[in-house]
Each structure stands twice: as structure tokens, then as C-alpha cells.
Write a protein that binds this ligand. Structure first.
Ligand code: PA5
Length: 463
């Protein structure tokens, strides 16, 4: 297998100094808790952590591929209706594995992809006004089957389809991905007979990208989902080892935990030196934030824990954020995403031989320039005593992206053990959802609405 690599040389004290870097002893001290964490997480894989087995669901993969084949050539657009874990992975896979210009010029027979992960009327209204529903298949995704944003979009686009295609005709243009039994969306599927896929039990939103949640839209837009799952399965295999320093998920989780908790670096920056991987950083931001950002420990004590994920893109953000990163507060650590072999080779033409300020670029490639910029940033961070690691992928293909997804998912599950928080719930997200239901007048939320309204009415301070 062409394995992805986690290079943590520059987080060590011998490189960035003892104040900010990790000593051998500090890393070694994580061996025993890491192995305990691995055993604890692995012990739950057949029970409540069913996302761990998603890479091995060959039957689900075949069912989705069959569906994509059946509808091939029928639609110009795929539109995902979903939010959070029901959208970020879809976007990340599209950015990573299709052309950046896919929607401008999709390959013959392959639709464009739009992921509407908001209810901003200017976004959704403009989409309604622009897209012909008759040429579009809508993929409504909601694990709970009740999220207000997704349900609103579902209502809107279902109506637009009915108006354009009639009660019967609209049904082929809607596919639903939701829980097998729970939620209003599943009830609607039962009543209307829409084609549906299942988000299995034990697969939370942010851990669901390798289920039908991420795979249906990916298969529809031509992504090799079997290759993706194979990459994840290979990483699953690799991360079963109990040799601490050979297990990338254990080392990655230990480095994140130590730099945060022992070296006081709550900011975790994913710096993608790859356009294709830039939205993987967005997906990882949710995974890290929602999994570890918790008020309570697993014993129920107030701990208010969690790293703050930040996304940056190289080289673009060298010209906006790197000043802060090299000279600002020592509260950050960095993970660069790097690609060994880009798909394209672009050579710069030689010109202006008498002008050294531009002549040196002639005959060089964009790959050389991009790598020099990336290495330059790594050197600058290191010399400024900023711990930084690099995740390198040989090439951005389905196998590598599958590995990356599984590595980060498992690492975050292990981090949950280190931080001693429940990495699989999201009470803070639910609180916001409940407040929104109350404000929208949903039955059953009257008491919450009354509580919210009782707080309104104080002096308004604004300028
Ligand atoms: O990771 C999570 O659980 C959340 O981000 C959810 O994915 C998000 O709130 C959407 O929920 P649902 O898929 O139930 O509509």
C-alpha cells in the first residue's frame, strides 16, 4: 500500500526547544495510556462505535454503486441537503477527488455537485432561482431525521420538484439518507416511497463520511468509493498494532494531547498545502471540535476542555496568517498537509533573462515553487520554536483520502480517552437545535420558549 506518513520530527524538544517541544520522556509516558485507549476504543467497535467498521461494508458499497449506475446520465446536478456531519464530508470528498473545476465542466454523463449546508435565504433562494429541479437529484441527509435546516430544505425542494414534475414524477429526484427507524424523515420515506439509504446505529454525524452519508453523493459524481473504503480499511489494519511508535493514530493523538495539555497550545492549526485537501481540514475541524469540546468529563465534572481547530491554506495564508503564526503568542501547533506527487506538472516559461527578480523562475515548475513555499513555512515555524508536524500523502487519490479519514477519526476517538471526555456526543449542538425549535414554535418546546422569552426585555445595548 502507498501509505500516508505522519512526520512529527518538528514537535520534539531537540528541534523546537524544551519550552515548546516534547521530550522523549513525555512521549514515552504516553505509551501506556495510548495502548489502554486503543484497547478501550477497539473494544467498542462491534457495539456502539460502529463507524469503525464502515470501511468493511462491501455490501453497502455495492448497493450505492448500483444506484449510481442506475441513474447515470439522468441528472445534470446532485444537490446535498444536509449540515454539519451530514455535509462537510461530502464537500471534502468532492474537493479532494474531483477536479476543482468539476462543476464548470463535469465529465460526460457525470453531474455537478452542490452541497447546500446552510439556510441563508440568499444561498438557498438563489439556488432555487438558478437550478432546474427537473435536471437535479436531491440527496437529503440527516442522521436524526429532524434537523430544522435540513427539513426546511427538504420541504422547499420537494415542493419545487412537485410543481415541476408532479406528485409521481418528483419521487425519482429525491433520495434520503437517514436512520433506519427513527426520525420524521424515515416516516416520510415510508409514506412517500422515496429511495433511501441508512445511517447505521453507532455512526454519529461527524464519523459518518464513510457511510451512505458521504458515499451516495460521491458515487453519483464519479468518485471511486471502493478505493476510498480500501484506503480506510488499510489504515484500520495499520492502526491495530500495539507498538506505540508504529501506530500513526496513537502517535498523532498523543502529540495533539501533549502539546495542548503540557505545552499550553490550545490552537490546533491544520495548514493544507494542497488545494485538494483544503476541505478535509474543514471536515477535521468539526471532528476535533465537536468530539472534544466538552463541558463535562466522563465522570460528570466540569472540565471545559477541547482544542480549538483552525484551518489554513498554503500558500494563500502565508500572506495573511503566517506573520501571527511565527511571531504571535505561543499558543498554537501546526499540522501541514502535504502531497508528494501532484496530478499536474506545470513548467514556468523563461523570460526577461536580464531581470533576476523574475528570471530565476523560468524553467522551474509550480511543484518546485509550491514545495519550496511549504518547506519555507515549515522552516520558519521551526526556527520560531513553533511545533509542527506534517501528514504527507503520496498522491491525492481515493486510497490516500480513505487512509487520512480513518487515521483522523481513530485519532480523535483515542484523544477522547486522553482528554477524558465523551467524544461521541454533542450536547452543545443539541442545545442550539432545541432553542431554534422553541423560537420556531415547534410543539413540545413551549417551556423552553417561555424561558428564552423571560430573558428578553432587558436594556438593549447597541450603537
Ligand atoms: O456531528 C454531528 O452529530 C452533527 O454535526 C450533525 O451531523 C448535524 O447536527 C446534523 O445532524 P443530522 O444529521 O441529524 O441532521
Amino acid at each position: 500500500m502507498r501509505a500516508i506518513r505522519f512526520d512529527y520530527t518538528n514537535v520534539m524538544s531537540e528541534v523546537v526547544g524544551a519550552t515548546h517541544g516534547l521530550s522523549e520522556a513525555e512521549l514515552k509516558a504516553m505509551e501506556s495510556p495510548s495502548l489502554a485507549a486503543l484497547r478501550a476504543v477497539q473494544a467498542r467497535r462491534g457495539r456502539d462505535l460502529r463507524w469503525m467498521d464502515l470501511p468493511h461494508q462491501a455490501d453497502v458499497c455495492r448497493e450505492i454503486q448500483g444506484f449510481a449506475t442506475d441513474v447515470r446520465g439522468r441528472f445534470e446536478n446532485v444537490c446535498v441537503l444536509g449540515i454539519g456531519g451530514s455535509a462537510l464530508g461530502n464537500t471534502a470528498l468532492q474537493t479532494a477527488l474531483n477536479s476543482p473545476y468539476h462543476n464548470l465542466a463535469p465529465p460526460a454523463g457525470i453531474p455537478r455537485l452542490f452541497v447546500l449546508d446552510n439556510v441563508d435565504p440568499d444561498l438557498v433562494g438563489e439556488f432555487l432561482a438558478t437550478i432546474d429541479p427537473a435536471k437535479t437529484i436531491f440527496n437529503a441527509i440527516s442522521k436524526s431525521g429532524g434537523t430544522a435546516e435540513t427539513m426546511s430544505q427538504f420541504l422547499l425542494f420537494r415542493q419545487a420538484l412537485i410543481e415541476r414534475l408532479g406528485e409521481d414524477g418528483h419521487k425519482d429526484h429525491l433520495v434520503v439518507t437517514t436512520d433506519a427507524e427513527k426520525g420524521v424523515l424515515r416516516e416520510v420515506v415510508g409514506r412517500e416511497g422515496y429511495r433511501s439509504f441508512i445511517v447505521p446505529d453507532g455512526v454519529g454525524g461527524r464519523f459518518s463520511v464513510l457511510s451512505a452519508v458521504g458515499l451516495v453523493s460521491s458515487a453519483l459524481v464519479g468518485i471511486d468509493i471502493a478505493g476510498l473504503l480500501k484506503g480506510a480499511a488499510d489504515m484500520d489494519e495499520r492502526c491495530r498494532t500495539e507498538t506505540f511508535l508504529e501506530n500513526p493514530a496513537l502517535v498523532h493523538a498523543a502529540v495533539q494531547y501533549l502539546l495542548h495539555e503540557k505545552k499550553h497550545k490550545p490552537m490546533s492549526i491544520t495548514f493544507s498545502y494542497s488545494h485538494r485537501l483544503r476541505d478535509m481540514a474543514d471536515w477535521y475541524a468539526q471532528l476535533l471540535a465537536e468530539s472534544l469540546g466538552k463541558r463535562k468529563s466522563r465522570k460528570g465534572e466540569d472540565v471545559f476542555r477541547g482544542p480549538t481547530p483552525i484551518r489554513a491554506v498554503g500558500v494563500t495564508d502565508q500572506h495573511s496568517q503566517v506573520q501571527l503564526y511565527t511571531e504571535g503568542p505561543h499558543d498554537k501547533w501546526f499540522t501541514l498537509l502535504a502531497v508528494d506527487e501532484p496530478d499536474h506538472s506545470v513548467t514556468l516559461p523563461a523570460a526577461f533573462p536580464d531581470r533576476e527578480g523574475i528570471a530565476y523562475l523560468g524553467g522551474r515548475t509550480l511543484k518546485e515553487l509550491f514545495q519550496a513555499e511549504r518547506d519555507g513555512t515549515r522552516i520558519a515555524l521551526t526556527e520560531a520554536h513553533r511545533p509542527n508536524a506534517t501528514i504527507s500523502v503520496p498522491k491525492v487519490d481515493p486510497h490516500a483520502v480513505g487512509q487520512l479519514i480513518y487515521l483522523l477519526e481513530l485519532s480523535v476517538a483515542i484523544m477522547g480517552e486522553h482528554y477524558d471526555v465523551d467524544a461521541f456526543d454533542q450536547p452543545g449542538v443539541e442545545a442550539g437545535k432545541i432553542a431554534a425549535y422553541a423560537l420556531m414554535g415547534r410543539t413540545g418546546y413551549e417551556e423552553r420558549r417561555a424561558e428564552i422569552e423571560a430573558r428578553v426585555g432587558g436594556a438593549l445595548r447597541q450603537v
